[in-house]
Design a protein around this ligand. Structure first.
Ligand code: HEC
Length: 169
């Protein structure tokens, strides 16, 4: 990539140099303004090369920057595709009531999940099970209300996987 750019400018510089050597600026101008078919072809080729680089360089840069950061979570964790969907679902329906650092959620209606899920429960499967159970049954133990079935099936599992993976991080 860098080599291509350097090469391009080096060739351009050499071209200018040779044109200048051949007849100085006047010669160069004469060559550019020439009506001869070869002169025109050279100019057209030059423009084509410039346009091609104008498209190719930004395209290559954009393409190599394409690797996005959607899978990266707090603490250097890497999220699977379903955990990433769980993150979006959590942000949509759970973050209003719960604190969870991984999504910068600061809800205070329900318990802080970094503590209640992350710190209190040792195993990933235990965390997952608690979250799944809270989602399917809801909660009303006198600490406030959590509606049941905010998510069902696959979506509930994705949220549970996500929370189990990131809570406490
Ligand atoms: C309307 C507010 C509200 C929303 C929305 C909400 N919760 Fe809750 N959540 C609560 C409250 C309040 C409690 C505690 C209730 C209690 O124990 O009496 C709770 C408890 C929990 C618990 C702990 C359960 C336990 O047994 O200690 C988990 C885990 C949980 N919620 C996860 C979620 C997830 C995941 C979502 C999104 C699908 C969610 N909550 C959406 C209010 C909410």
């Amino acid at each position: 990539m860098v080599i291509a750019i350097v090469l391009f400018w080096a060739l351009l510089g050499l071209g200018v140099f040779f044109v200048a050597m051949r007849g100085g600026p006047r010669g160069a101008r004469a060559a550019l303004h020439t009506e001869s078919a070869i002169g025109q072809r050279v100019v057209i080729l030059g423009v084509a090369v410039l346009v091609a680089f104008g498209v190719a360089v930004p395209t290559l840069v954009l393409a190599s920057n394409g690797e996005h950061k959607a899978g990266v979570a707090v603490g250097g964790l890497h999220l699977s595709a379903s955990e990433q969907r769980g993150r979006d679902l959590f942000a949509r329906s759970c973050a209003v009531c719960h604190t969870l650092a991984a999504v910068k959620a600061v809800g205070r209606i329900g318990p802080n999940l970094d503590v209640r899920v992350g710190a209190d429960i040792a195993t990933a499967s235990g965390r997952r099970a608690l979250v799944l159970n809270a989602i399917s049954e809801g909660r009303a133990r006198g600490l406030g209300q959590m509606p049941a079935q905010l998510y069902q099936g696959r979506e509930a599992e994705e949220v549970a996987e996500f929370v189990a993976a990131v809570a406490g991080h």
